[in-house]
Design a protein around this ligand. Sequence first.
Ligand code: B12
Length: 513
Amino acid sequence: MRKKHVIMVYPYQGFSGTYAKHMPLSLLYASAELVKADYDVVILDTRVTPGDWRKKLTDLIDADTLCVGVSAMSGAPIGHAREIGRIVKAANPGVAVVWGGPHATFYPESILRDEWSADYAVSGYASKIFLDLCEALREGRRPVDIPGITWRDGDRIHVNGGNDKSFEYIDYRDIPYHLIEDYSPYGQLDQDRRIFSMYSALGCPYQCTFCSSPAQYATIDGKKWVALKTIEVVDHIEHVVKTYGANYIYFIDDDSFPSLKHVEDIIDAIHERKLPVKLGFRGARINEIKKMSDAYLAKLARAGTDIMHIGAECGSDRLLQLLKKNCTVDDIVECNRKLARHPEITAAYNFIMGLPTETLNELKSTRDLMLRLVDDHPNCLIFPPNKFRPLPGTELYEVAQKEWGYSMPNTLDAWSAIEVEGEISDQWYEKGMAEFCNLMLISSYFIDNKVENLTEGTTLFYKVLRLINKLYRPIARYRLQNGLTQVLVEYWAYRVLTGVLSKLQARFNRISA
Ligand code: B12
């Protein structure tokens, strides 16, 4: 029987990875059952490895290595994951390369078509099935009966299917945090924080037509949103505070607030135990914020909440309905005004541009909404709006496919070129819309106070960024307000810069050093 040595590698991310480097929770979760089964698991996070990670990876591979796992989101990480696969194969072609993560969950076949960088893809929740796959590899068996595995047999690619019937829950005591020796390189925007990501709830009860979650959770039996027990969440927080010095908890829930009481109970318990943490929530919806009283928001702020990510999406009631957001533009404006009374909590808004059937006028309404939100609430944050891309399994994908003959990329090369800041498939765009999207994208960096408020960094990179912000901000606002899309050289400069930064990141790990 072969040995139990497994190397788990985290690739660099796209442009967003230059300012946010969170711990690779994906790899910790995927390794949980292996560790319990006495596998010797090593994590190599290329984003934070000092020196030459390529050499480190090659050095780690030895005769005992069973496989190398790599986690990839769609987009730029794929290009890097391919390089990782190729390095492994060059070092020892007998070592299996296993891909997991969101891209493997949604498009496993695209991965297996690249025979020089992947042997297996694991779709969906992996802790259990990755152990099953490793056991099969040790015994020299083909994974014919392991659900969620895509694998190659000669020229044929087999997709085993077998979607998850329940959410994956891993007891915090089983998350192998010890596999990461040093948590100090993780964080975001050069802030001095020890961020630990965790779930307080699993799944999402909503059916947004652009989001992959309804498709991902379609096979889950029973409730589509399950809150974890307060005591489990707070014990988990206490554990990471005491053992790893965490001082910031980032809840990566799809949605934390379907039950307002769920979050209230958690913050009450944090308060009772006097845990010294600040909090960030990645999933909050307008229809939920509508139900929050000022007293509730004040309590959230008192508990140390400093950011809530909110899907505003767009400034047209017709489109909000199409997206199934259960809210109107007036609701967004009202909620924002309410949030402005609690400036300790940054209301951070996500937007989407270029939806199928969206008109240029509707896009301009989104622009108007963005500016209005900033005017009403100077401490709010407008995330760079996402150019809409249809995701298989979503309702809007069906529309884009039927009405416009859209088809998704089917090679890893094409998938790795898919980036928020990049170009998009725009066959349903009205004339002038592509340029307007670019204007909105570049201006979004400057229309609020994000650069000043969020970049405490003292390195040269952040100093230059703050200077650019000061100089360009009035121009950005004027251009956006007046829809001046002509000669948008700053957008192209931005494209070059984001491309260069992503590449530098891959080469030097830290761009701001
Ligand atoms: C943190 C985070 C980031 C961080 C990066 C991650 C980091 N560690 O620093 C940052 C901020 C950089 C980021 C950026 C983006 N993100 Co993001 N992000 C997340 C978030 C909130 C948490 C990821 C996480 O740790 N999850 C917890 C782990 C346990 O779950 P998991 O990754 O799915 O892992 C499980 C399985 O997938 C599998 N698995 C994972 N890896 C591996 C590896 C092996 C070998 C195996 C066997 C199994 C396996 O096992 C795990 C346990 O079951 C998720 C949402 C979420 N709740 O997951 C979105 C999410 C991953 N992001 C998403 C998106 C859309 C983006 C952006 C495009 C957003 C944007 N507008 O900029 C960018 C693009 C990044 C890029 N292309 O470069 C999508 C993924 C879409 C896709 N198809 O890839 C998600 C799912 C959110 C969503 N529902 O839309 N993100």
